[in-house]
Ligand binder design. Structure first.
Ligand code: SF4
Length: 372
């Protein structure tokens, strides 16, 4: 019997690759279209459900391929409607995705890696280290699993889905698989989530920012900054020692040139109480943006989400308001991001990927935790 890892994961294939695959197993090319639709538009996760395919073909597919590799281990539902999914890959590594509903749109935050190699000091995921890059199929599957859980298998979603690549991992360290997955998801015959609905967040992998800027069908970009000077950023986000603020801002300048009409890009700034949230920090940040001529950027302020064993505390509301005011007084657009799913450890920087007892308890106390 062929093991899971030797079977071809069809969710990872583009329509052309799928056509090649079906021809290689001696089937007509048009079958590829049926399979692509089954996987991505109907969001089916097994070949048995693809009843428009002959039974003998479905059996052949089962022998050589797989439609699904991720297994949902637990699912936590927050009091605010946010859902956090803890999944496992076929080789037993954690993957997390978060569903964030708002009135007019759904947002799914997906992971690009299992764990993360970067060591951002305020992030719980960093404690896991890098386990491995996720495949394109594993990235796509997260979205299929979440949509099926919320709306039922194959059911139409009431409004569009936005994606944010802000879950576990650094997306730009898994660039090729990420871009491939986004290409598959944008197909009008499938999930049809176009790049304009997608935002990718990087901690500052500078060469990839240039590469991203050159993509023909480019999603939006967010850069996680969190400090206005090298000394502090070196400590909070050690990737800064590899590419410092000067190099990062030069890349941001270049990216700004690729913006379409009306488009802006984002710097994310996690506010850590007493660490990077003073008026002086806000002034320095505004100065930096002005010095590099980054007028088409907006700042997303994110109040830090406490997560043991991290020692940081969130900034208090007055301090956050003052920080925002200072930025605005210098002509910088700043927005305060409302934290979602804090009670189920689904908020930014909280994805620890483990069903630790304390996480489960938190899920139980205030919210629903469903063991799958
Ligand atoms: S904040 Fe993002 S890039 Fe930094 S360690 Fe956490 S997951 Fe990795």
């Amino acid at each position: 019997m062929i093991g899971m890892s030797e079977k071809t994961h069809l969710t990872a294939l583009t329509p052309d690759e799928l056509a090649e695959f079906v021809q290689n197993i001696g089937e007509p090319k048009y079958r590829a279209k049926q399979i692509f639709k089954g996987l991505h538009a109907r969001r089916l996760q097994s070949f048995e459900e693809m009843t428009d395919l002959p039974k003998s073909f479905r059996e052949k597919l089962n022998e050589t391929a797989t439609a699904s590799t991720l297994k949902v281990e637990s699912r936590y539902v927050s009091v605010d409607g946010t859902r956090r999914f803890l999944m496992k890959t076929h080789d037993d590594l954690p993957v997390e995705a978060v569903f964030i509903p708002t009135e007019n749109r759904d947002t799914i935050c997906f992971s690009s890696q299992s764990g993360c190699p970067l060591k951002c000091d305020f992030c719980l995921t960093a404690k896991l280290g890098l386990l491995r890059n996720l495949t394109a199929g594993e990235i796509v599957e997260q979205i299929i699993i979440v949509l099926n859980d919320v709306y039922g298998v194959g059911n139409e979603t009431p409004h569009g889905t936005n994606l944010v690549g802000m879950g576990a991992g650094e997306p730009f360290l898994n660039f090729d698989n990420l871009i491939k997955a986004l290409g598959i998801m944008s197909d009008a015959e499938g999930l049809f989530i176009v790049p304009n609905r997608v935002t990718i967040s990087t901690a500052g992998i500078v060469p990839k920012i240039y590469e991203f800027a050159r993509l023909e069908k480019r999603p939006h970009l967010a850069i996680s900054l969190s400090a206005p000077n090298d000394e502090l950023r070196d400590k909070l986000m050690p990737i800064n020692k590899r590419w410092n603020i000067e190099e990062l801002f030069a890349a941001a300048q270049e990216f700004q040139k690729s913006l379409r009409r009306g488009e802006r890009f984002t710097f994310e700034y996690v506010l850590l109480g007493g660490v990077n949230d003073t008026e002086e920090h806000a002034r320095k940040l505004a100065e930096l943006l002005n010095r590099y001529g980054l007028e088409r950027v907006k700042i997303n302020l994110i109040a830090h989400n406490s997560a043991e064993p991290l020692e940081y505390r969130p900034s208090d509301a007055r301090q956050i308001a003052r920080f925002k005011e200072v930025l605005e007084s210098k002509g910088v657009s700043a927005y305060l991001r409302t934290p979602r799913g804090r009670d189920i450890y689904a908020a930014c920087g909280q994805l620890a990927a483990k069903s630790e007892p304390n996480l489960i308890q938190i899920g139980k106390q205030k919210s629903e935790k469903v063991k799958m």
